[in-house]
Ligand binder design. Structure first.
Ligand code: CP
Length: 350
């Protein structure tokens, strides 16, 4: 396994890695997936390593794929129960005996184990867009071992890896000529993260796909990430365009990636406080935005639906789309969280 240059690195955003480095981690992930299919063990890759997992938000896929993954590599996943741990805080936010500075938590955990993985987003940081990433970066600054981002408000790099692994299994390494119809959908609550959209499109932008992104005018993504996606498609072939109706994204698509996410303009720092009621009102204008049979039938006959899950049925996607052959890739995408993260851990954990 050639992982030169990756050992000891943090995995906080895909933007910290080159295409070649992402490919290396994906190659390892695919090999580990093939091993499992053949029932070949690989618990000699990270024997005796401990992964500390800090989840401030709920999780099914991320939690279980990391815990199963580190075990299959020969190590141990240690889940830190948030309620049983003092709140890790940034300098200036200390709460007496109720909190412990991130600089202290990171130094203590990294003296006892081999990797620290963190999920923090949404209401856990008062919906302050940049704050959750800042917290993870603060952990990385003080930790002696690699830090993995298990999702913040802006990035979900583990999801991006699983997404692009799923695309590679469907179409091969080269996505040139493949249309990815990516779209915002309606959702009943103002809580769903934008990070999976960011990292789906950012990861895919390395491989020459034609990304057609549909969203209502108010639902733009982070302009900085959009600029990075555009730069990538220019460098690697493919294209990126924004449209304002789902049909243009779905028509003749190889993939329909459809999910709801929050409106950045109704969250801090753009507004001084989160505006959940305003967001629900805004979403209501676009209630018909759903991945349904009619739209899937506009795509190629081989089209697959993708979503990071959990999804809101009857809001983001119909039962029929998710439960028919169209939904197969979505569940492979969820399974690939296990393999992709094993690829990442095998490459970065010393
Ligand atoms: N896609 C994803 O991150 O799922 P969980 O929230 O269940 O971890």
């Amino acid at each position: 396994m050639i992982t030169e240059g990756l050992k000891g690195r943090d995995f906080i955003t895909l933007r910290d890695f080159t295409k070649e480095e992402i490919d290396t981690m994906l190659d390892v992930a695919l090999q580990l997936k093939a091993d499992m299919t053949m029932r070949r063990r690989h618990d000699d890759i990270l024997p005796m390593r401990t992964l500390f997992m800090m989840f401030f938000n709920p999780s099914l896929r991320t939690r279980n794929s990391f815990e199963a993954g580190i075990f299959q590599l020969g190590g141990h996943g240690h889940f830190l129960q948030p309620d049983a741990t003092r709140l890790p805080t940034l300098e200036g936010e200390d709460q007496g005996y109720g909190s412990e500075r991130i600089s202290d938590v990171a130094r203590v955990l990294s003296s006892m184990g081999d990797c620290i993985a963190i999920r923090i987003l949404g209401d856990k940081v008062g919906w302050e867009y940049d704050k959750s990433l800042k917290i993870i970066q603060e952990f990385a600054k003080w930790s002696k071992v690699p830090v993995i981002n298990m999702e913040d408000n802006k990035y979900h790099p583990c999801q991006g890896m699983a997404d692009v692994m799923t695309l590679r299994e469907l179409f091969g390494r080269d996505l040139r000529g493949r249309k990815l119809g990516v779209t915002w959908t309606w959702g009943s609550s103002p809580k769903k993260p934008i990070a999976p959209h960011h990292d789906f499109m950012y990861a895919a932008s390395f491989y020459g796909a034609d990304i057609v992104f549909a969203r209502p005018p108010e639902m733009h993504i982070d302009p900085e990430i959009e600029a990075a996606i555009k730069e990538n498609v220019e460098l690697n072939g493919g294209s990126y365009s924004v449209v304002e109706n789902m049909e243009d994204a779905c028509e003749n698509a190889d993939i329909v990636y459809a999910k709801n996410y929050v409106c950045l303009d109704l969250l801090p720092p753009v507004t001084s406080k989160p505006e959940p009621d305003e967001m629900v009102k805004l979403f209501a204008k676009y209630k018909g935005w759903i991945a349904d049979e009619k739209r899937m039938l506009m795509a190629k006959p081989t089209v697959q639906y993708m979503h990071c899950l959990p999804c809101e049925r009857a809001a983001e996607v119909t039962d029929y789309v998710l439960d028919s052959k169209w939904g197969n890739a979505c569940f492979n995408e969820a399974e690939n969280r296990l393999h992709a993260q094993k690829g990442v851990m095998a490459c970065i954990i010393p």
